[in-house]
Ligand binder design. Structure first.
Ligand code: FES
Length: 139
């Protein structure tokens, strides 16, 4: 069943969404290493996420790092920049197999980041992701 649990602590926020809903995860550890600020998003800085946090058919948005990771089918991971190619808003949720931009409603496939609903002219920028012992590294 869907779980909505908005937790915001400092700037380290990750959104986890599966077919059934959306969960917001927030890391409340040391924030001294965080860079940037405000609402500007830079795409694809890279980082790590636990593979177990990525739901099959859904994904995890790591907003403060500018990337998201999806798992279209079990054991198959994909990573993308959170920056919407329409006007640069960060995508904000993953639901029903779609990555959704809140600004003008563009949607992208969790399978390959391609546009499934405009106005975005192109898909999300793909990033590299590798799985090492259950930790996904995005670069
Ligand atoms: Fe994403 Fe316009 S910026 S749909």
């Amino acid at each position: 069943m869907a779980v909505r649990e908005p937790l915001v602590c400092g700037r380290r926020v990750a959104l986890v969404a599966g077919a059934g809903g959306l969960v917001v995860l927030a890391g409340c550890g040391s924030g001294a290493g965080a860079s940037g600020g405000g609402s500007t998003v830079t795409g694809g800085g890279g980082g790590t996420v636990p593979a177990a946090s990525v739901p099959v058919g859904g994904g995890v948005i790591v907003a403060d790092k500018g990337f998201l990771v999806t798992q279209p089918t079990a054991g198959q991971f994909r990573a993308f920049s959170v920056v919407c190619p329409h006007q640069g808003c960060p995508v904000s949720q993953i639901t029903n197999g779609q990555i959704v931009c809140p600004c003008h409603g563009s949607q992208f496939s969790v399978a390959d980041g391609s546009v499934t609903q405009g106005p975005a002219p192109t898909g999300l920028k793909a990033l590299k992701v590798s799985d090492s012992g259950g930790t996904l590294t995005v670069s």
